[in-house]
Design a protein around this ligand. Structure first.
Ligand code: NAP
Length: 361
């Protein structure tokens, strides 16, 4: 049965509810329970690892038996596994709901398969409603689950002529305050912020997410990749999270280790050597290029060799957003051909992970 206008409205509401959930390693999910007549009976959302999933949260606000014959509208396919909370599909079956409408398939190997389980129990199920909007909300989580490695955003600021720094290496500030504050907001959405030793030695960045001078509540774990020592008095050593140090150029290894630590959204912030290495390795799922109307000339390109020998091998990107930020322009782009799909891994409920002590590999 095709979804109704009431279900469509309920999905839009469920997406709003999802936004109330914390940014965490778990996806943000919202749910609405509708009566057979299409009235809203209950609402719920996921409040982070270890707490009830959105549909169970919504059902739990109803008296026993009140959801019998109801429709549950939820932004992610109900999970089918026992993580730190029980499987949602069993709760839906026990509640006697007649229909489940969801936006996105759950890509997890273990947590997925909820729709099939519900159908097997005689529940009417429809997926894909407002899937684009749900994907915009949890896209990084979905990519990470599909690839079995963190979702990687590579960010750089460049002059109009494609330079990341002036000839002497100074790069503060190419872009204006609006662009910089946009970067800080996006840093706060990441689990880890990654730079090469070159940036640490040249710029001594704090790698914190700030609002004005104030630290934001959510801070990415700072990660420094490369062989050279970070000075004892480097600003990054005062970060709220102890930095992670990787004495290697093996980016796949770094991503694997970050994954194992539960750091699933990685923000790569420089500089040109590291950005190029991520691009060359096909490990950039999203590019953020902040373009400032300034000319720098000289040799310090924003991106160097990424293994493109000729124009027919150019890396075509799909621009998904162009954001004016004061005098600057942000391009948000993704590869036309995203990274391959190795077998999915389950990343259902995980305990929050602390970065642990600085580490050498
Ligand atoms: N415009 C921007 O957005 C932006 C952002 C950041 C920095 N910058 C500017 O960029 C300049 C620094 O550039 P950079 O390229 O030296 O910085 P970087 O990319 O942060 O650091 C480069 C270093 O990272 C290490 N590294 C780690 N993994 C690597 C890999 N897979 N391949 C190669 N090297 C790897 C190497 O150091 P080891 O030799 O120690 O192993 C390498 O020399 C500064 O002028 C800074 O101001 C600009």
């Amino acid at each position: 049965m095709a979804h109704s206008p009431a279900e469509q409205r309920a999905m839009a509401r469920a997406l709003e509810l999802a936004m109330r959930g914390p940014r965490s390693r778990n996806p943000r999910v919202g749910a609405v329970v509708l009566s057979p007549a299409g009235e809203v009976l209950a609402e719920g959302w996921h409040r982070g690892a270890g707490t009830p999933h959105a549909e169970v949260d919504a059902l739990s606000s109803l008296p026993d038996g009140a959801a019998r014959g109801a429709t549950v509208v939820v932004t992610l396919e109900p999970c089918n596994h026992t993580g730190r909370t029980g499987p949602c599909v069993e709760a839906l079956i026990r509640a006697g709901v007649a229909r489940v409408v969801y936006a996105l398939d759950d890509p997890g190997e273990v947590s997925g398969g909820g729709a099939a389980r519900l159908r097997a129990a005689g529940i009417d199920v429809e997926g894909g409603i407002l899937a684009d909007r749900a994907l915009a909300l949890v896209g990084a989580w979905v990519t990470a689950a599909r690839l079995g490695r963190p979702h990687v955003t590579v960010k750089w600021a460049q002059s109009l002529d494609g330079r990341a720094a002036a000839a002497d290496g100074s790069s503060r500030w190419i872009t204006g305050p609006e662009a910089r504050s946009d970067v800080h907001a996006r840093r706060a959405e990441a689990d880890a912020i990654v730079v090469g030793t070159g940036t640490v030695l040249a710029d001594d960045p704090a790698l914190t997410a700030r609002e004005g001078e104030k630290l934001r509540a959510e801070q990415p774990v700072p990660v420094i990749v490369g062989a050279r020592e970070t000075p004892a008095d480097a600003a990054v050593r005062s970060h709220p999270h102890p930095p992670l140090f990787y004495d290697t150029h093996d980016l796949a290894f770094v991503l694997d280790d970050l994954w194992d630590r539960g750091l699933h959204r990685v923000f790569v912030e420089g500089g040109p050597t590291l950005a190029s290495a991520f691009l060359a390795a096909g490990l950039a799922d999203r590019v953020l290029a902040y373009v400032a109307p300034v000319l720098l000339g000289g040799p310090r390109l924003a991106v160097g060799d990424i293994g493109v020998p000729s124009i027919d091998r150019a890396r075509r990107l799909r621009v998904i957003e162009r954001v004016p930020l004061g005098a600057d322009l942000l391009f948000v782009a993704e590869p036309e051909h995203p990274a391959g799909d190795p077998p999915p891994r389950d990343i259902g409920d995980r305990a929050p992970v602390s970065a642990g002590p600085p580490r050498r590999t």
